[in-house]
Design a protein around this ligand. Structure first.
Ligand SMILES: Cc1ncc(COP(=O)(O)O)c(C=O)c1O
Length: 385
């Protein structure tokens, strides 16, 4: 039968289909990823996303290749082997662990399971932006708790609790600063938070920290069932591209997340590689030692040039610049890009702009030090002139 040309057009009597997103989604700004291209450089030094410069453990790469043989199979929806390996590594009960397609997905599931429109979510100033975006999309009101000394503060968060608060989100170490909440402060936060308010304690950079007064929070759920810790394989374990993270929580929270988790959210290659990675404690130690050594070296060198480098215990450092004039974050960023080095612009509060730079390989860190030394000299000359 011949089809008339007009038959497929929408009859004018039908109302137009609205493609407007939900009210809570319309105002959101999309997540901006760190840059990965520097014009004129085939292989730039990419220090914009806090990835591990040393890559994953060789055992993880071997497990990834081996997983190729099983790609026609669905992954283990119960995530059994990986949960057991994580539990053994951290002295936890495997039933307290759920794995996600990155820790970011776990934060999404926690928000979906517990936050309703009209609830308040207190986000510490430098908590992970995606947690905030998910809570806002869910219709929650976001209450930002400032970080007075560039680190999450129990007082700042507790003073913002109301009857509507349903969730608290903080990252320790935080991002883009890299400082951490001290154990005593964390204890005060947990003690002062009502049990019906869920605390998401984001430990994406916890694997790098060896400070004696740092608490990774992993045992807190035993006495405080409202505390959930999220962790990732994207940073120290070098598996950002596979998207795999995990959370540790009380049975009730695990149960809620399990109800909305899609059965195969973690893929077969990610599960295999992460299991091998967590078992390879030697590689983890090597990466940690590399980071600790370079973080100190870079901080010393840059402070020696007169840079304001904020204290960090993570795998990146934040440098503050003047708000105006020649010594600005924007100009420093452009200077680095002209040398093929990609930093990440960031605002750590206050009027001056900042650059966040990931700790890289030896030669990459040396290139950053040399470039920032030159930039500093160039600014001093232009000031003197
Ligand atoms: C503080 C913080 N939390 C979470 C994440 C996301 O981690 P994942 O790759 O596991 O989703 C990041 C990534 O940069 C981060 O900086």
């Amino acid at each position: 039968m011949a089809v008339s040309k007009t038959a497929s057009t929408t009859p004018t009597s039908e109302p137009p289909v609205s493609l407007a997103a939900n009210q809570s989604v319309r105002g959101l700004a999309a997540y901006a990823q760190g840059k990965s291209v520097a014009e004129g450089f085939a292989e730039p030094i990419k220090l914009s996303s806090n990835e591990s410069p040393l890559g994953p453990s060789p055992a993880a790469i071997a497990a990834y290749h081996d997983a190729a043989k099983r790609l026609f199979r669905y992954p283990d929806g119960g995530q059994t082997a990986l949960r057991k390996a994580i539990a053994a590594c951290h002295g936890l009960d495997a039933s307290a662990i759920v794995c996600g397609n990155g820790s970011e997905e776990l934060q999404l599931m926690l928000v979906r399971a517990f936050v309703s429109p009209g609830d308040e979510a207190i986000c510490s100033e430098h908590s992970f932006i995606m947690g905030r975006i998910h809570a806002e999309a869910q219709g929650a009101t976001i209450v930002t708790a400032p970080e007075p000394q560039f680190r999450a503060s129990a007082d700042s968060i507790l003073s913002r609790l109301t009857k509507k608060t349903r969730m608290i989100m903080l990252a320790s170490p935080n991002n883009p600063v890299g400082d951490y909440m001290r154990r005593a402060d964390l204890s005060r936060l947990v003690a002062g938070t009502p049990r019906g308010v869920i605390i998401i304690y984001d430990g994406a950079y916890a694997d790098y920290v060896d400070a004696a007064d740092y608490d990774d929070g992993l045992s807190l759920h035993r006495n405080s069932p409202n505390v959930v810790v999220t962790r990732t394989f994207s940073k120290l374990y070098g598996l950002a591209g596979l998207r795999i993270g995990w959370m540790c929580a009380d049975r009730q929270i695990v149960d809620a997340v399990e109800r909305i988790r899609t059965p195969f959210n973690t893929n077969i290659a990610a599960l295999a590689a992460a299991e091998a990675a967590v078992r390879d404690v030697d590689h983890a130690s090597l990466v940690r030692a590399h980071n600790t050594k370079w973080l100190a070296k870079i901080t010393d060198a840059l402070r020696g040039f007169g840079y304001d480098v904020l204290p960090s215990v993570a795998n990146f450092y934040l440098i503050r610049f003047d708000a105006t004039g020649s010594f600005t974050a924007e100009r420093a960023g452009e200077f680095l890009m002209r040398r093929g080095i990609i930093p990440r612009p960031a605002h750590a509060g206050g009027p001056s702009g900042c650059l966040r730079i990931t700790v890289g390989l030896d030669h990459e860190n040396e290139a950053v030090i040399a470039a920032l030394g030159d930039f500093r000299r160039e600014c001093s000359t232009s000031r003197a002139g």
